[in-house]
Structures are given as structure tokens and as C-alpha cells.
Design a protein around this ligand. Structure first.
Ligand SMILES: *Cc1c(COP(=O)(O)O)cnc(C)c1O
Length: 428
């Protein structure tokens, strides 16, 4: 093995050359029948499939792992966010400041509560919500900030918490890509009132579907528990008399077999995270010299990034004017799966749909629900540029490969860089 020298003057695979790589990439999720199956089989054979001891064991372990007092599992990350927002008393008429460079679920959760999502632009180097932009968006109706630790890179929580404190705002962290990420050795998800996690199949801690809320606030967590279980009284909400459901709840409980899968995945999470970190920093360093690329930047106090995705920014001018679209096609042709990532969320029809709903029309003035007005007030040019021109992602499972796999990625990128001119005429 060892370092592969870059061959120049080789034809890109997209236009008929030989690909840098034909080998497959690590598959996901990982499953070892010898070590992973017995807990799941025990659950299946016990007949206790609904929430019980295995779910509780997972919650205790996750709280412990994250360094949080309490953990409540729920059906998925989206519902973890909804439950946390609702129990933080976020609802109709409130404005919630949210990262604009994120997955749809962050915003969908806000709309489910009846609150108004307010998009905040990004810091292009870190891909995270920009605290400077947060300040500009605060109004008398702002109630909460929903920062997202997007891509598994921590957001600037010190600045965000300072702004929240000054302005008396609730912080709910969307840590749905942030399992084990740290700022000054403190895990993301533990800075705000609550942190929400996802255990969906593609996530670094997969159980098919699943989610969790962590918090140190007992009253809040008792309410979340009650909410997730039809509103039945729990903890401090249990009164002297049998009063039945005490809050307006729903039913979003995790199952025992999901928790059993989660326990097996939790055992490998730290070592896999370490491998992703090692490979990510190796690859970052290899790509640092390539003109036309910007590698990700971490805030100085970040002690661990967990790379749900490996991102970099592509600059067409550094590739002789090649479009990102052709760059991605060329990279895929070299045997490197990649994507352009998120699309802008601030101007899409789901918002218009919410605004035309009966609930929104009763909670807001007509001018507040003017969609064109809303879009104009929620412009995020940096995020637009990331989405439409710059961002390139490699998936977390690729980072579970070897160092020579990382060399393949770097070599494929260099090959395209050095032969960009030949690709300019590509019409695919
Ligand atoms: C995956 C994800 C969610 C939603 O989690 P689900 O378990 O899929 O509902 C929310 N926010 C972000 C940033 C995510 O990546």
C-alpha cells in the first residue's frame, strides 16, 4: 500500500478513463450476529416487546454516555424535537430561531408546534448556525433557539447559550447528528434545556428508527415522559388520587427490540467514532492543499467532532469553472460516492401549506402568513450558496474504511482537479 502518487494526464473515468477505485465501501449499518443477536432474540422470545426494562437500560446508558441526568427514548428524532419543544411551552405565536443549513425535520418539528420557524444563516466555514446572525433575528416574540449540530460538527454553543441567557430564550439542541460530539469535553445535547437525538438507520447510532431527549431538568423530563405515554402521570406529575392522564399527550414510545439493537450499536459507537475522527482529519489534511476546495473548520473549543458526514466546499473557479454537478458526477465515476447535500428549506411549499392550515390562520395575522413576505424575511444567502454551489458530502460509513480508502478519495479529487479542463465539455 503506502502513498499513491498522483498521475496527471490520465483521463477522468466520467469520460472513459480508468476509475481510481472499483472496490466497494464499508456497508451500513454494522451487524455482528455473534455479538449482536442474542439481546434481540431474548426480547423476541420473551414476548415483552413494548417499552420495559431494555428500553430503560438503553436510556440509562445513553444518559450516562452523554453526561445528562435523564434520557427518554421516543420513536424518532423528529418526535424527540416536537416533544421537547411542546414541553418547553413553545407554540402558536412564538418564533423559534433555527439553523438554515439542516435536515427538514428540524423545521418540521417547529411547524408541528404551531410556532413560526425563523431561519438563521450559516457560518460557511463550519456549516453551523452563525451566532452573529442569531442576534439580528431576535424579536419580542422569539422564544427559543433550535441550533443543529449539523454533519456531526458542534455548533458554537458558548455563544448561543450566552445569547439565550441575555434574551431569556429556551435552547433545544438538535443533536440528531451529534452523538458523542463535544465542546470542551462536554457532550452536545447537554448545553440547552434539552438535547434531541436520532437513531434512524443511517445515523451513527442506528436502530432502524428511534430517538431520545436528554435533559437535567426533572420536571421537564417528567412532562416529556408523560407526553410520550398518552399523557399519563409520571414522576412529579403523579398525584395522590388516580387521576388518569394529566397532560395533553401522545404515544411515541420506543420498543424493546429497538432498544436491544441500540445497546449493541452503542457498544461500538465510541470506537467507530474514533475511527471516523482519525480518517476525517487525515483526509482533511490531504485535501488542504488543493486549490478550489475548502475543508471544514471546527470552532476552537471543539474537543470532538463525530462526522455524520464529511463535508468540504467546492469552488468552481479553482476547477477551471467546472460545475459542482459535473464534479460530483466525475467523483462518483472514479468510485467515490458523494452528494451535494441539503437544499434550501426557507422557501419550500411545506411552509406555505402550514400557513394555509386552519390552526395557523387562527394563530397569526394574515400579513404574518404572507408566504412571499416570509420568504423575503428569511433569506439566508450563505446557506443558499452551500446548498446550491459549494457543499460536497461523503457519508459517515466511508470514514470507517482504511487510510488507503482515504487516499483513494483524495487521489480521485486531485485527478479531477488536474484534469478539470477535459471535463468542461462534458454534457451528461
Ligand atoms: C435525522 C435528523 C432528524 C430527525 O430524526 P428522525 O429520527 O429521522 O426523525 C432531525 N434533525 C436532524 C439534523 C437529523 O439529521
Amino acid at each position: 500500500m503506502g502513498f499513491t502518487f498522483i498521475q496527471t494526464e490520465v483521463k477522468p473515468a466520467l469520460i472513459g478513463g480508468k476509475p481510481v477505485r472499483t472496490a466497494s465501501w464499508p456497508s451500513w449499518p454494522r451487524w455482528n450476529p455473534d455479538t449482536d443477536e442474542s439481546r434481540v432474540l431474548d426480547v423476541l422470545r420473551s414476548g415483552v416487546w413494548s417499552r420495559s426494562g431494555v428500553v430503560k437500560e438503553f436510556e440509562d446508558k445513553w444518559a450516562n454516555t452523554i453526561g445528562s441526568k435523564r434520557c427518554l427514548t421516543v420513536v424518532n428524532g423528529t418526535n424527540a424535537l416536537i416533544a421537547a419543544l411542546v414541553q418547553a411551552d413553545i407554540g402558536g405565536g412564538d418564533e423559534v430561531l433555527v439553523s438554515s443549513y439542516t435536515f427538514i425535520a428540524s423545521v418540521a418539528a417547529i411547524l408541528q408546534t404551531g410556532a413560526m420557524p425563523v431561519f438563521v444563516d450559516s457560518d460557511p466555514e463550519t456549516f453551523q448556525i452563525d451566532p452573529v446572525e442569531i442576534r439580528k433575528k431576535i424579536t419580542s416574540r422569539t422564544k427559543a433557539i433550535l441550533p443543529v449540530h449539523i454533519l456531526g460538527l458542534p455548533a458554537d454553543m458558548d455563544s448561543i447559550m450566552a445569547i439565550a441567557k441575555e434574551n431569556d430564550l429556551v435552547v433545544i439542541e438538535d443533536a440528531c447528528q451529534g452523538w458523542l460530539a463535544e465542546i470542551n469535553h462536554k457532550k452536545v445535547g447537554t448545553f440547552g434545556l434539552a438535547g434531541c437525538f436520532s437513531f434512524q438507520n443511517s445515523k451513527n447510532l442506528p436502530m432502524g428508527e428511534g430517538g431520545a431527549i436528554v435533559s437535567d431538568d426533572d420536571d421537564f423530563m417528567d412532562r416529556c415522559f408523560s407526553y410520550h405515554n398518552y399523557g399519563y402521570a409520571y414522576g412529579s406529575l403523579v398525584g395522590a388520587v388516580n387521576q388518569g392522564a394529566v397532560i395533553a399527550g401522545t404515544k411515541i414510545r420506543l420498543t424493546e427490540y429497538q432498544a436491544a439493537i441500540g445497546l449493541s450499536q452503542l457498544q461500538r459507537l465510541d470506537s467507530e467514532t474514533q475511527l471516523r475522527e482519525t480518517n476525517a482529519s487525515y483526509l482533511k489534511q490531504k485535501l488542504e492543499g488543493v486549490s478550489g476546495l475548502s475543508t471544514y473548520v471546527l470552532y476552537p473549543n471543539v474537543t470532538r467532532a463525530v462526522f455524520h458526514l464529511f463535508p468540504f466546499r467546492f469552488h468552481s473557479e479553482g476547477f477551471k469553472g467546472l460545475s459542482r454537478d459535473v464534479f460530483l458526477k466525475a467523483l462518483r465515476a472514479e468510485g467515490i460516492p458523494c452528494s451535494s447535500g441539503y437544499i434550501p428549506l426557507n422557501d419550500k411549499l411545506y411552509i406555505k401549506d402550514a400557513f394555509t392550515s386552519k390552526n395557523y390562520r387562527r394563530m397569526y395575522q394574515a400579513n404574518e402568513l404572507d408566504f412571499d413576505n416570509y420568504v423575503a424575511n428569511n433569506q439566508c444567502p450563505i446557506t443558499d450558496k452551500l446548498c446550491n454551489e459549494e457543499a460536497v458530502w461523503l457519508s459517515q460509513s466511508m470514514l470507517l474504511g482504511s487510510q488507503s480508502d482515504m487516499d483513494d478519495i483524495a487521489n480521485a479529487i486531485m485527478k479531477i482537479h488536474e484534469n478539470a479542463e477535459e471535463l468542461l465539455n462534458y454534457k451528461g
